[in-house]
Ligand binder design. Structure first.
Ligand SMILES: Cc1cc2nc3c(=O)[nH]c(=O)nc-3n(C[C@H](O)[C@H](O)[C@H](O)COP(=O)(O)OP(=O)(O)OC[C@H]3O[C@@H](n4cnc5c(N)ncnc54)[C@H](O)[C@@H]3O)c2cc1C
Length: 485
């Protein structure tokens, strides 16, 4: 059986390895000269900037890929659990160190609102129920048949999946700061906490179950380890070439055509590339039935991301590894991003400081950072060549005020990425950061199917397909594939 994987994100690499373990002859094709997709690495003057994922959860899903070939993960990668998972900072200066230490969690909750301690305990209990169903049972279950979805509906309704994550959290927690903090998880997978189905409340429990980890050497070190494994297992890797056409005949996959006009035959094509872009640009549109065209058209896309990478000539030792800073008008800000598709100055942001844990990420005496600001995706029509520098200056001003004093004069290396990078370089529709949004009407059966309904031998893994974005999500999508191919 000959299989081609298009794209080398975590989902694509996992699919290639899982199919190889089933004795397929596998070729992985990546447009860029380096692997990883959103998890690519940018190295500049001694700084190592992980492009995307930094919070590693459910590490067993990564370890399994090595174990498929009886290899020891620790010979390839090194994951370290973090003590403080996120430091939350609110506009009035209140800080909360979020971790797996339940007594510390309750102590800090009590300081903000005594009455919410019991609610927090009950919320965690409820998210365990969601986790047991939504992750343990369903994350790697194929949802390509409507019957499967019908069977799950009663249980999903019992778990209040019709509610948003924010509304679920608010039914247990009274204080607004705690509500924001405990409902922020959808933002990690491209959703608005005010509209994302409460099923994604499972992330709160998933973090507690296995902890939050950091990959020493950066997330790129995991990609390097997986690339080494793929080479050892004779997976053919073609870098620096884009697939421009998926070839089929009589609705059956025949292979792919590359940008150098070379054709490669295969029985199966597994797309790790963003599904809407694949259906629109790589396949003959005529294959899309009118029902499928409608499904594709009604999809709502995740927010865009403005990511500013910078290195400083001094260290900011009191800044945690992961910091989330909330703006003042949180809901209004999210409405602007997701619905009105406009920029807002009252930003919330996530600051990554890997050099807090790993000195190899920056030259001696220096610090390495990225700051991520959720912004509208490219349905906004924003001209990033004008707005990019404005957001960069806005976020530097904000960080100087509340976290990194005198930042501007200490920056020695910097660059940023906007939704244009996601659209043009990573081939993602509208430059969304996480493909389609994680809404109930776009989850499981309603998401892009892992086994395509329009062509035999065509499959999907990665953020736009079931179960969804985030490293655990896309690694689970490759496990779904394992069951259907
Ligand atoms: C800034 C940022 C921070 C994040 N932080 C976290 C985090 O802390 N924790 C977490 O779990 N998740 C995080 N995520 C989400 C997570 O990174 C993604 O959901 C996940 O990595 C996506 O993987 P994927 O398998 O869908 O493939 P992608 O990473 O999207 O890769 C797809 C690949 O396909 C290639 N490609 C596309 N079209 C073609 C073509 N025609 N021919 C050849 N190649 C093609 C692209 O070049 C790309 O390499 C973050 C994402 C971003 C952007």
């Amino acid at each position: 059986m000959k299989s081609i994987v298009i794209g080398s994100g975590f989902g694509g690499i996992a699919a290639a390895l899982r199919l190889k373990a089933k004795n397929h002859s596998v070729t992985l094709i990546e447009k860029h000269p380096d692997l990883g997709g959103r998890a690519r690495v940018f190295k500049k003057n001694g700084f190592t900037f992980d492009g995307g994922p930094t919070v590693i959860t459910a590490p067993y899903l990564i370890n399994e890929l090595f174990e498929l070939f009886n290899k020891k993960p620790e010979d390839y990668i090194k994951l370290t659990p973090l003590k403080i998972w996120y430091r939350f900072i609110f506009e009035d200066g209140t800080k909360f160190d979020y971790s797996g230490d339940e007594s510390q969690m309750k102590y800090q909750i009590e300081k903000i609102n005594k009455d919410d301690v019991k609610g927090y305990e009950n919320l965690v209990k409820f998210t365990k129920k969601i986790f047991d169903k939504g992750f343990t049972e369903l994350a790697d279950t194929p949802f390509d048949k409507p019957l499967m979805m019908m069977k799950q509906l009663p249980a999903l309704l019992k778990l209040k999946s019709y509610k948003s994550v924010y509304s679920l959290v608010s039914s247990y927690i009274k204080n607004e700061k705690l509500r924001r903090m405990l409902s922020m998880h959808p933002l990690l997978v491209g959703g608005n906490p005010f509209t994302t189905t409460s099923i994604y409340g499972l992330i709160l429990y998933l973090e507690k179950k296995w902890g939050i980890h950091y990959s020493m050497g950066g997330t790129g070190h995991i990609i390097n380890g997986l690339e080494k494994l793929m080479k050892e297992e004779n997976i053919q890797i073609i870098k620096g070439h884009e697939v421009i056409n998926i070839i089929s005949s009589n609705n059956k996959i025949k292979g792919v055509k590359l940008d150098n006009q070379k054709k490669i035959n295969a029985n199966n094509v597994i797309c790790n590339a963003d599904p809407p872009a694949v259906y629109e640009k790589l396949l003959d549109e005529k294959k899309n039935t009118s029902l499928f065209r409608w499904k594709k058209k009604r999809m709502q896309y995740s927010m865009g991301l403005f990511v500013y990478y910078f290195g400083t000539k001094k260290t900011y030792d009191d800044v945690e590894h992961h910091t989330i800073k909330f703006g003042d008008k949180y809901k209004e800000h999210l409405d602007d991003i997701f619905d009105k598709k406009k920029l807002n100055k009252d930003i919330s942001y996530y600051l990554h400081r890997p050099s807090a844990t790993d000195s190899s990420m920056a030259p001696k005496g220096h610090d390495c950072f990225y700051v991520l600001v959720p912004v509208p995706n490219n349905q906004s029509g924003i001209d990033w060549s004008i707005e990019g520098d404005k957001i960069k200056n806005l976020v530097i001003d904000k960080m100087e005020k509340s976290l990194l004093p005198n930042l501007r004069e200490n920056i020695v290396e910097d660059f940023y990425l906007t939704p244009d990078y996601f659209e043009k370089e990573l081939n993602t529709k509208y430059g969304s950061g996480f493909s389609i949004q994680p809404k109930f009407t776009q989850s499981a059966y309603f998401r892009f199917h892992n086994k395509s309904e329009v062509c035999e031998g065509l499959y999907f893994v990665g953020a736009g397909t079931h179960p969804g974005a985030g490293v655990p999500g896309v690694l689970s999508s490759a496990k779904v594939l394992d069951k259907i191919l």
